[in-house]
Design a protein around this ligand. Structure first.
Ligand code: PBG
Length: 326
């Protein structure tokens, strides 16, 4: 058999394999989502997300300390707000005494070096469960922007490093940039949920926050999963309006979108490996149908290989623990 090219030669042993390995996942490129709740000494596991909890502020500080020891130092925070504090204009979202803003202040005071990314959207605080202001069943765009602006400024004021608009209203990046700059927060970054699809993979997250829309769906603002070119339009606008990061969400079923943004734009690309993607692996692993740990690592590498510079993942802590023990 005469064969000049034998790709298997470069797979001969583990040292050669690691020499030719093209992609790496490192803990410094991971962001760990944390769910916050009001109160003290509270830690509740989320039913559909084994290993992921809602924490009160005291517990969140302890959790962040544990993560820091694993070199995991970037976090994205989401609030689980009690139903009676929600209203149609999400006023609790920028009330300076709310537990989310208090948590940011306490975290930054105790761990000034950690990076805190926030969530800017109305849904956790909105009695309608939508990301924008609802009137007569319609999600209003321009009327939502000032609420998002107040939310982002309150978060920046509390010490957030990066605000993360996940609402998908048109023009919000430019609007937030202007609000932040005018209020003296020119150093606060914006991580835009650029291509956020109306996805079924958000189910477990909505359980975690009890934030599912009370009626209708999110298809008039989140993107249609049948579309990819539309992501380029969103990305162009976000860059023009001043975003510091472009995000694709979800990640695993959207690797083509990650690759396309990476090829077309020069700012860091973030992929959000969302709740449903986490729960699927956990559920299959619990049944013994998949090796959970190996599958998790493969998924993170795949997202990286597609072109993500940074990955937001519920697996971040587990990955950091494995990385440390190796
Ligand atoms: C909403 C928001 C969602 C997620 C992050 N921010 C869900 C939604 O749009 O309903 C989902 C994250 C996940 O599933 O892990 N502003």
């Amino acid at each position: 058999m005469k064969m000049t090219r034998r790709p298997r030669r470069n797979r001969k042993n583990s040292i050669i394999r690691s020499m030719v390995q093209e992609t790496d996942v490192s803990v410094s490129k991971l962001i760990y989502p944390l769910f916050l709740m009001d109160g003290v000494k509270k830690k509740e596991e989320i039913n559909s997300m084994p290993g992921i909890f809602r924490y009160s502020i005291d517990h969140i500080l302890a959790e962040i300390e544990t993560c820091c020891k694993l070199n995991l130092k970037s976090f994205i925070l989401f609030p689980a707000v009690e139903e009676q504090l929600k209203n149609s204009d999400a006023t609790y979202s920028y009330d300076p005494s709310n537990f989310y803003l208090r948590a940011i202040r306490e975290i930054k005071q105790k761990f000034p070096e950690v990076v805190i990314v926030t969530d800017v959207a109305m849904d956790p605080y909105n009695s309608d469960g939508h990301d924008g202001l609802v009137k007569n069943g319609k999600i209003l765009n321009d009327e939502t922007l000032p609420i998002l602006g107040k939310m982002a400024m309150a978060q920046a004021e509390s010490g957030a490093d990066i605000v993360g608009p996940s609402d998908m209203m048109d023009g919000r990046i430019g609007y937030l940039r202007e609000c932040l700059d005018e209020a003296g927060f020119a150093e606060t970054g914006i991580m835009s949920y650029t291509a956020k699809y109306a996805s079924n993979f958000y189910g477990p997250f909505r359980d975690a926050l009890e934030s599912a829309p009370k009626y209708g769906d999110k298809k008039t603002y989140q993107m249609d999963y049948a579309n990819s070119r539309e992501a380029l339009i969103e990305a162009e606008l976000d860059i023009y309006e001043g975003a510091d990061f472009l995000m694709v969400k979800p990640a695993l079923a959207y690797l083509d979108i990650i690759q396309s943004l990476k090829q077309n734009f020069d700012i860091p690309i973030v992929a959000y490996n969302v709740s449903g993607e986490y729960s699927m692996v956990k559920a299959a692993a619990e049944k013994g149908w998949l090796n959970g740990e190996k599958t998790m690592i493969e998924i993170l590498y795949s997202i990286k290989r597609a072109g993500a510079d940074i990955i937001i993942s519920y697996f971040a802590k587990e990955f950091a623990q494995i990385a440390e023990s190796r």
